[in-house]
Design a protein around this ligand. Sequence first.
Ligand SMILES: CCCCCCCC/C=C\CCCC(=O)SCCNC(=O)CCNC(=O)[C@H](O)C(C)(C)COP(=O)(O)OP(=O)(O)OC[C@H]1O[C@@H](n2cnc3c(N)ncnc32)[C@H](O)[C@@H]1OP(=O)(O)O
Ligand SMILES: Cc1cc2nc3c(=O)[nH]c(=O)nc-3n(C[C@H](O)[C@H](O)[C@H](O)COP(=O)(O)OP(=O)(O)OC[C@H]3O[C@@H](n4cnc5c(N)ncnc54)[C@H](O)[C@@H]3O)c2cc1C
Length: 663
Amino acid sequence: MERVDHLAHERNKSEFDVDAMKIVWAGSPHAFELSDRISKLVASDPGFRKDNRTMLSRKDLFKNTLRKAAYAWKTIVDLHLSEEEAAKLRFYVDEPAYTDLHWGMFVPAIKGQGTDEQQQKWLPLAYKMQIIGCYAQTELGHGSNVQGLETTATFDPQTDEFIIHSPTLTSSKWWPGGLGKVATHAIAYARLIVGGRDYGVNGFIVQLRSLEDHSPLPGITVGDIGMKFGNGAYNTMDNGVLQFDHVRIPRDQMLMRVSQVTREGKYKQSDVPRQLVYGTMVYVRQTIVADASCALSRAVCIATRYSAVRRQFGSQNGGPETQVIDYKTQQSRLFPLLASAYAFRFIGEWLKWLYTDVTQRLQANDFSTLPEAHACTAGLKSLTTTATADGIEECRKLCGGHGYLCSSGLPELFAVYVPACTYEGDNTVLLLQVARFLMKTVSQLGVKKPVGTIGYMTRVDHLMQCRCGVQRAEDWLNPSALLEAFEARAARMSVACAQNLSNFDNPEEGFAELSADLVEAAVAHCQLIIVSKFIEKLQQEIPGKGVKQQLEVLCNIYTLFLLHKHQGDFLSTGCITPKHASLANDQLRSLYSQVRPNAIALVDAFNYTDHFLGSILGCYDGNVYPKLYEAAWEDPLNDSVVPDGYHQYIRPLLKQQIRTARL
Ligand SMILES: CCCCCCCC/C=C\CCCC(=O)SCCNC(=O)CCNC(=O)[C@H](O)C(C)(C)COP(=O)(O)OP(=O)(O)OC[C@H]1O[C@@H](n2cnc3c(N)ncnc32)[C@H](O)[C@@H]1OP(=O)(O)O
Ligand SMILES: Cc1cc2nc3c(=O)[nH]c(=O)nc-3n(C[C@H](O)[C@H](O)[C@H](O)COP(=O)(O)OP(=O)(O)OC[C@H]3O[C@@H](n4cnc5c(N)ncnc54)[C@H](O)[C@@H]3O)c2cc1C
C-alpha cells in the first residue's frame, strides 16, 4: 500500500534546501553520511526494537538491555565498524546501558589520568570488552563535594599494595552506572593515604568481579540501588552500590599521570595541575552539551510535526479546523525551543573544538586555558541540560493529552533526560564554579587581560555605561546591538556581584550569602557565550539555498527570546529601557511568522528515523490517528475484553449495587 504523507503540504511550503541544512546540522557531509547510514541500519534491524520498553518489568527490561548491548557489540564486530561508527550505533540504539559508562567514562579516565604504561596494559582489554568498567566516584554521603569523599586507599609498603576501604556507611559508592550488575572493574576514587598523610582524592583501577563466574571478589559488596524515575527510562541502567572491605590492589593500579607513589612509599606530584584528576568530568560535560541538542531536537521534532497535524477550533463553513501550529501562543512556546535546539548544536560543536584545543595544550604543558575550559564546560552543561529538560516537558504539554501517552515518546524521553541536570555535576553547583571564575576575572581586571569567552570584560568601562541604540523593531536584527546588550548585562551583573562581595570581611561568607545572585550572573555569562557563538557561526560561509537565512531567523529568535524571558535583568541593569523590551517583543512575533512555513522542514533537517524518534505523534508521515488507535489495542491490558480481577473485585461490587438498588 502506498504511504500517504500527511505533512506533504507543509514540506512544500519550505523556502530552503533541506538536504543542505541536514549537512549543517550533522556538522559535515561525512558526519551526515555516517549518521544517516548507521541510523537506518539500526532502524531496519528488529534486534534493536524498543517500542515495548515501558511495559516490561525491571528484570525483563534489564535482561533485554543486556541482550541489546551484546547484539550491538556483535554487530560492531561482524561489520568491522570503526570506533566512530560503533559510537554512532550505540547512540542510535538509544537505550541507557553499562556500555555508556564503559566507553564514556572508564576508557577516557584511563586515557586522561593513566601513564603510558597503564594505558598500554588496560586499554586493549577495555577496547575488546574483555573487561567492563565503570566510574565509581560518588558516595552515599558525598556527590557534589568530591574533596569530601571518604573511601581510603592506604599504601602498604610491605606488600607494595593499596588497601581500598569503605570506613563508613556514607562512604559506600552509590550511583555509578554499570556498577550494579555488570562491571568487572571500576575506576574508584579514594583518598590517597601514604605514610599516614592524606594527599586528597585520586583514581584507582579496582577489579570487582571474577572474570570466570562474575561473582564479587573477596572484600567487595556490590548491587543495584533500585528503581528510578519513570517506566523503562533510566531503569535499563544498573546504577550501583559498592563497599570495599580492605581490598588489596597492586600499587601500579593507582592512576599515576597527575601524582605518583614510588615503591619506597614516596608521594610525587607531576608538573600538571592537580585539577586534572577531575579531567574525565570535563570531558563528559562537553559530550553532555553536544547531547543536549539531540534530546531537545527529538522532542521539538515530535511537537512540531504533531502541531501541524493537530487541529482545534476555527472551522469556517464546515471546513477543517485550525492547525494548532498556527496559534501564536503555540508558536511562542515551540519556536524558541526549535531555535534552542540549533543553538545548542552549534555550541556543542564549538565546545568540542575548545576541549580538543585545551587537550592539545595540556599535552604541551600549557595549562593556561584550563580554568576557562572548566568554566565553559561546567556552565554550558548546566545551561543546556536545564533548558533541554524543561523544553522536553514543554513539548509534552504542546502535544496536549496525547503527549502524556507513552506512545508519544515524550514521557520516556523526559525521564531518561532529566537526571542530566544532576549527574556529572549538579547544575547549581556547576554554575557556582562559573561564578567563582567570573569573580576571579573581575578582581584581576587591570592586572590580567581577560581572553577568550571572558574577553568582553576588557571593555568593561564601556559596557558599564553604554546605552542601547535600538529605535525600531528591525534594529534588533543587528548582531552588534544584540551582542552589546548581552555583554552589558553579563558584565554589569558580574561587577555588581563583585562590588557586593567586597562588603564582606570574609569572602567565602560573602560568596555563600550572595550565591543566588552569583548563579544569575553565571547564567547571563553562559547565555552570552551561546549567543555569540551562534552569531559567529553565521559569519561563516554556509552553502545551500536559503539555509543561512533560516539560521539567521533562528539565531534572532533564540537571542530575542532570551532577552524577553530575562528582561528583568536587562531592565534592572539599565542595559535596555521598557521601550527597547517592547520593540524586541514585536520583532520576535514577526520572526515567528517567518519561521512558520519552514517549521516542518527545519525539523526534517535533523534527519531522525521513526525508530529513533520512537513517537507516534512525531512520525515522518504525520499519520497520527490510525497509529494511535492501533497502538492502543496492542496494550497488554487489552489482551482480554474482561480484565483479570473482574470476578474478584468488580463483580462483587456490581452485585452489591444491585442489592442496594432493590432495597
Ligand atoms: C560519547 C560518550 C558519552 C558518555 C556520556 C555518558 C553519560 C552517562 C550518564 C551519566 C554519567 C554520570 C557520571 C557522573 O555523574 S560521575 C560523577 C560526577 N560528579 C561530579 O560532577 C561532582 C561535581 N563536583 C565537582 O566537580 C567538584 O567537587 C567541584 C564542585 C568542582 C568543587 O571541587 P573542589 O572543592 O576541589 O574545587 P574548588 O571549588 O575548591 O576549586 C579548586 C580549583 O579547581 C578548579 N576546578 C574545579 N574543578 C575543575 C575541573 N574539573 N577542571 C579544572 N579545574 C577545576 C576550580 O575552578 C578552582 O580553581 P581556582 O583557580 O579558583 O583555584
Ligand atoms: C542517573 C544518575 C547517574 C549517575 N551516574 C554516576 C556515575 O556513573 N558515577 C558516579 O560517580 N556518580 C554518578 N551519579 C552521581 C552524580 O554525579 C551526583 O548525584 C551528582 O554529582 C550530584 O551530587 P549529589 O547527589 O551529592 O547532590 P547534592 O550535592 O547532595 O545536591 C542536593 C542539593 O544541594 C544543592 N547543593 C549542593 N552543594 C551546594 C553548594 N555548595 N551550594 C549550593 N547548593 C548546593 C544542590 O544544588 C542540590 O539542589 C549519577 C547520578 C544520577 C542521578
